[in-house]
Ligand binder design. Structure first.
Ligand SMILES: Cc1cc2nc3c(=O)[nH]c(=O)nc-3n(C[C@H](O)[C@H](O)[C@H](O)COP(=O)(O)O)c2cc1C
Length: 350
């Protein structure tokens, strides 16, 4: 459907990198529902070259996730270049994405993430060093700029293209805005005119209709979905079907939602062991199990004992109960409400 360097991306709906959320299990589930491209959460370039085990674990993926990008952040061109080379040789993803968008103070006060948008010569140096260091495509993800007095997206985009970046994602909010206000999609349209590499629009997409509207209004090549994918990997199928046929697939039935909880818990337990999976999965379960009558009762049942066997057994019992109650089991709904501004449990509320 579109290409990033030599990589064919088969759908225009991409999964956003989300720290503390888009680990291997969730990426697999989004991919199965039609996400065209997935990314790891942002990974520290310093951590990679120190071979910090936790950092290296964050980059693990399976073949079924391809095409996949590993996203890195940092502020020192040589370290970013060295870490990119390590990733290309050892981790072997399809592409490397540079994080120039993180607004979290822990990152920006070092000059990394979106702070680099205040120093475009450094951004340029980083991009050129990384492009030079690897042979796989390098992409970048930016915000609008630091604040309203410093909107640099179109200029930064043109500089990144000249530096050899093969696709750009724009979340048109400033660093200072964090998640307040609205993403300014007109800046995506403006940036589209400044570059000829693929442009991925991101920010505030709540539905398949929004995804189509962003493409129509801005001319972006693809859309990236963050918060609307939480508890809702089906959004990718909805966008793909809607873009291709103008028709939405059936909304997801409650029983399929609960079955996915079961599968997700299983995938997390394989990825991180039963103990950690039980605690980690809680936020995902809360996202899957909301918005229908009795949702909070289900959540209370699942969290009564934070033990893997209990949680797994309780999900199975809910599935059995639903099988005996077709009306409830077939209750179907679409996620359409507001996006959470901050996501509990994400690293420093990215
Ligand atoms: C919990 C959470 C974690 C995030 N982590 C990252 C990250 O690691 N790297 C990144 O580039 N953006 C990160 N983001 C930003 C998203 O990729 C995306 O740009 C933002 O949420 C706007 O898209 P949305 O309106 O579809 O959610 C994160 C967002 C959230 C909500």
């Amino acid at each position: 459907m579109f290409k990033i360097g030599h990589i064919e991306v088969k759908s225009k709906a991409l999964l956003a990198p989300m720290a503390g959320v888009t680990g291997h299990p969730f990426r697999v589930l989004c991919k199965e529902q039609g996400a065209g491209l997935v990314y790891t959460e942002f990974v520290s370039a310093n951590g990679i070259i120190r071979e910090n085990q936790k950092t290296l674990d964050m980059m693990k993926f399976t073949e079924s996730e391809r095409p996949i990008g590993v996203q890195i952040f940092g502020e020192t061109p040589e370290i970013l270049a060295q870490s990119a080379k390590y990733i290309e040789d050892i981790v072997k993803p399809d592409l490397i994405d540079l994080n120039f968008g993180c607004p979290v103070p822990k990152v920006t006060k070092r000059g990394a993430g979106s702070a680099i948008l205040k120093d475009l010569p450094l951004m340029d140096e980083v991009a050129r060093a990384v492009v030079e260091a690897v042979s796989i495509p390098v992409t970048a993800k930016i915000r609008s700029g630091w604040n309203n007095g410093c909107i640099v997206a179109p200029v930064a985009a043109a500089a990144l293209e000249a530096a050899g970046i093969k696709a750009l994602t724009l979340h048109p909010r400033t660093t200072k805005q964090l998640y307040t206000g609205e993403a300014d999609w007109s800046l995506i349209a403006e940036t589209r005119k400044a570059i000829s590499i693929p442009l991925i629009g991101n920010g505030d997409i709540k539905s398949a209709a929004d995804a189509k509207r962003m493409i129509d209004e801005t001319g972006c090549d693809a859309v990236m979905i963050g918060r609307r994918a939480l508890g809702n990997p089906w959004i990718f199928r909805e966008i793909n079907d809607y873009l291709n046929t103008g028709i939405l697939p059936e909304a997801v039935r409650l029983i399929d939602r609960v079955k996915l909880c079961h599968r997700h818990l299983y995938l997390e337990s394989v990825a991180m062991g039963d103990y950690r999976a039980t605690n980690y999965i809680k936020k995902h379960l809360s996202w899957y199990l909301k918005g229908f009558p009795g949702a909070s009762d289900y959540r209370k049942r699942l969290y009564r004992q934070m033990e893997f066997a209990y949680m797994e057994g309780e999900i199975s019992r809910i599935i059995t109960e639903l099988e005996k109650d077709p009306e409830l089991a077939n209750f179907a709904y679409r996620e359409e409400g507001d996006l959470f501004p901050n996501v509990p449990g994400s690293k420093d509320n990215y």
